[in-house]
Design a protein around this ligand. Sequence first.
Ligand code: 13P
Ligand code: SF4
Length: 336
Amino acid sequence: MSSRNLAYTDEVANATAPIYEKLSKQYDEEHWKNIAPYIYEINRLKKEKNAVILVHNYMTPDIFFGISDIVGDSLMLAREAAKTDADIIIQCGVRFMAETSKILCPEKKVIIPDPEAGCSLADAITAKDMLALKELYPGVPIITYVNTSAEVKAESDISCTSSNALQIVNALGKQGHKEVILAPDKYLAMNVAAQTDVNIIIYEGSCEVHERFSPQDIIDARKAHEGLVVLAHPECPPDVMAHADYAGSTAQMDDYIKKHQPRRSMLMTEGSMSDNVAVENPNVEMIGTSHMCPHMKRITLPKVLKALQDEAPEIVLDRDIIERAKVPVDRMLELS
Ligand code: 13P
Ligand code: SF4
């Protein structure tokens, strides 16, 4: 089947019916007829090619529920990439996530359906900036957020994600470091600094999605929706975190909702995550926020199908960069 003759046949309808049962509130029937042939063909082809599809929590529901083998936050996807025995990894997320998979599985083909899927945090710091930091703060360990390029990771002492940043900072504290650099997300760094005795040197970077949330958004939403439970991603500014009921990575927020089943909830994070959580928790009323990550939204079913058919665009990194970047990522995986 080529991308030109994708048709909604009986076979496609039957094979995708269980997925549509879940997603019927998200897509009307006419829309589904366009989506289902892609889901069917991607799932057929990934088996044929022994490919695994890793899907971040910010992907739209058609990708999240239709074609994923593994879903999760940055840490979970990195862990799963390290474990997979597939020949090909299709990364439905942004470029730094695909690079992390390549760093952990250098012998595998890692494909990103759109290589332009970047990240404002990854763009905030370069390998040259890392060298300048080392000169400015000799001997101070540099923890870099996983939302960075492979070249930046190669200059780091240890990586972290939103789910383990505090744990990593405290682990370095226990090793005798009174001071660490946590780059490039200034808000994550400030939020961690509020919970530890280790002095954190902050770098000037931010997520273009999470920095748009304000405390007023939460105050207004609480007025409009009685009993609202607000969960916030630690890339949000500290004044937003102060108004939230719980803070955590995308997977930690997802776990919270599954476990506590609040009557209504709002996630201060990328908008698609709320749609995915709503599908899996029909008894929780999810109050949506409309901030979408333009980079994550570059990944679409047609691009995934093309990437699988062409086995491209492939993530290609220098062997030297892979070897050096693997050290901080492995350290993080060991510590968390
Ligand atoms: P998580 O690791 O929490 O999934 O976050 C990744 C990200 O890019 C958040 O904006
Ligand atoms: Fe980067 Fe923010 Fe998009 Fe996450 S949401 S990928 S941090 S720009």
